[in-house]
Each structure stands twice: as C-alpha cells, then as structure tokens.
Ligand binder design. Structure first.
Ligand code: SF4
Ligand code: SF4
Length: 301
C-alpha cells in the first residue's frame, strides 16, 4: 500500500471508459509513440510543462525566476528552451494566469483510493467504478496492482485501458485484480505499426491472445484513423486477430483532434495535421468490412 505513482489527471463522470459512470485516472508514462496521441502530456514519466501563450499577460515573471535562463520572448509570448529546462517549475509558481502549467504529480495508493471513493455513491447507482488509463497504466505496474488490490477489497469495479505493450508477467498479474480490460489495437501490419506507434506489435497481439485464453473480460477498441488503419487489409487482419483470440466484437473510436493544440503548448510537432476525422460513411464502411469477417463493430458515429 506504500507504492506511489505518477498521474496527470483525474476525470470524474466519465461515460466512455467502461460500464456506468466512472472516475478515470490518467497515468504518466507510455512506451508507445502513436502519432495521433491526444494525451501527449502522458507520454513522459516525468512532469510536463505546458506553455499556452494565448493567456500570457507579458509580465515576464517567468523569465525573471527561471534559474536556467530557459525562458525568452518571441512575437507570440513566452518561449521555453526545452533543452535547458530542468522542470523545476518555478515559472509555473510565478505565473499569475496559468499560462505556464505543469502536468504530472506523485500520489500514493491510499491518497488516490480516498479520492476515488468520493464517487462511490455514483458508482453504486450507475454500475460504474474506477478506470486506469494514460499514458499506459501497465508502465507503472507495482502502483497499478496495489491500486487494483485496494479497490477490489473495497468492492469497486475496475477497468484498465491498455495498449497491451508490456511483459506478459505484468499483464498476467494485473489481470488477477482487474474486472475489465479496454484493449486498444491500432495496426496489425508490423512495419506500419513500427512507423506509426514507434514499436513492434508482436507483444501486443500475443498478449491479447493470452489474455483472452486466460478468460479475462476484454473489450477491444480501435481508433479509426483515415488513411492509416481504415484500409481493407488492416480491417481484415484485425478481424483475423480477434477471431483467433475468440473475440467477435470491436469498438471503433473515430479519430478526433481534440488534443492536438496540446502539442504546440508542449513544444512538440503534431505529425498528422493533414489527417481528417472519419465521416459517417467511412465508419459505416469499416464496420461493414469487419462484419464480413465475423466481427460485430460499433462506433458512436
Ligand atoms: S520549469 Fe524551471 S527551468 Fe524550466 S522554464 Fe520553468 S523556471 Fe525555467
Ligand atoms: S509569468 Fe505567465 S503571464 Fe507573465 S510573462 Fe510569463 S507566461 Fe506570461
């Protein structure tokens, strides 16, 4: 119970992260580098510094307090030299209007459980519970398992949203304490997977099969991203992977761009600015292909 972990957000009243109304905790740290990631502040295990220049008052307090001389000013406000920045966060303290903000804080298992339990009545009335997302929750395995055990003892339903990219032993131990996995499949083709997510997917596919054979409760999800994974071949291969694992349902999550503004605020490039959100027709077409290969797919669009 003494484990501590790093999280960057707690979202209450979530309706899409498992059954009922849920409290979703976002873990820091992820081994993947999906180009479409809408939570880029969750990638690093360390704290992350946001700089939203639109809010800046030009008071220059940040520049004055920065011990590394990492803040300068350009045409559109403050600029952070990320190579110099040591994430001391003195500028965040000094900023009067939250132009500069930090994502990421350390929290202990008892603290987080106490926070989650504030929503217990809502869980009981809605059939909900706690969901661990990220980042990648399996990237902090001891913290995750300690949380899951504590919540199991309190009879709180738990869901883990994962890419499945972790050693099998970690996933196996996690499965012993988890009520539901939201398992995110992205691409089946090995080379495309490496290109778009930064990792091979062999482990992800093997782990899905092993988890299904173990009898775990799994809901597989796939972001539907036009011109990246909505082609006939990938959908056919995805269906084959699922059928092999004894799974015949898939949730399609239409790609969206809600988090892309974060990239500029973190000093990062968003690599897919040209990709559009899928139309209703594109979603329908993807579902039809999956159905042809034995998979009942659903999406909100
Ligand atoms: S976090 Fe610290 S080092 Fe980085 S810009 Fe702010 S004051 Fe400077
Ligand atoms: S402290 Fe905040 S408001 Fe003042 S110049 Fe820096 S970023 Fe702008």
């Amino acid at each position: 119970m003494n484990e501590k972990g790093f999280i960057f957000n707690i979202q209450r009243f979530s309706l899409h992260d498992g059954p009922g109304i849920r409290t979703t905790v976002f873990f820091k740290g992820c081994p993947l580098r999906c180009m479409w990631c809408q939570n880029p502040e969750g990638i690093s295990l360390n704290k992350t510094l946001f700089c939203n220049s639109n809010k800046c008052l030009d008071c220059r307090s940040c520049e004055k307090v920065c011990p590394e001389h990492a803040v300068s000013f350009g045409e559109f406000g403050p600029l952070i030299n990320r190579d110099r920045c040591t994430l001391c966060l003195e500028c965040v303290e000094a900023c009067p209007v939250e132009t500069l903000e930090a994502a990421g804080r350390e929290v202990s298992v008892p603290e987080l459980v106490e926070d989650i339990l504030k929503d217990r009545v809502i869980f009981e009335e809605s059939g909900g519970g706690a969901t661990f997302s990220g980042g990648e929750p399996l990237f902090q395995p001891e913290f995750l398992v300690a949380l899951l055990k504590a919540l199991k003892n309190l009879d709180i339903h738990t869901t883990v949203e994962t890419s499945g990219y972790s050693p099998w032993t970690v996933l196996e131990e996690t499965a012993a304490w988890t009520d539901l996995f939201l398992y995110d499949l992205k691409l089946v083709d090995e080379e495309k997977s490496k290109h778009y997510t930064g990792t091979t997917n062999t482990l992800i596919l093997d782990n899905l099969k092993a988890l299904a054979e173990k009898g775990s409760n799994i809901q597989v999800r796939m972001p539907l991203i036009p011109s990246i994974n909505d082609d006939y071949v990938n959908l056919q291969q995805t269906a084959a992977v699922l059928i092999k694992a004894g799974i015949d349902e898939l949730d399609l999550i239409p790609y969206h761009k809600l988090g892309t503004a974060k990239y500029a605020n973190l000093g990062l490039d968003y690599k897919l600015p040209h990709i559009k959100e899928p139309s209703t027709d594109q979603c329908f077409q993807a579902k039809s292909i999956l159905k042809r290969y034995g998979i009942a797919a659903k999406s909100e669009v």
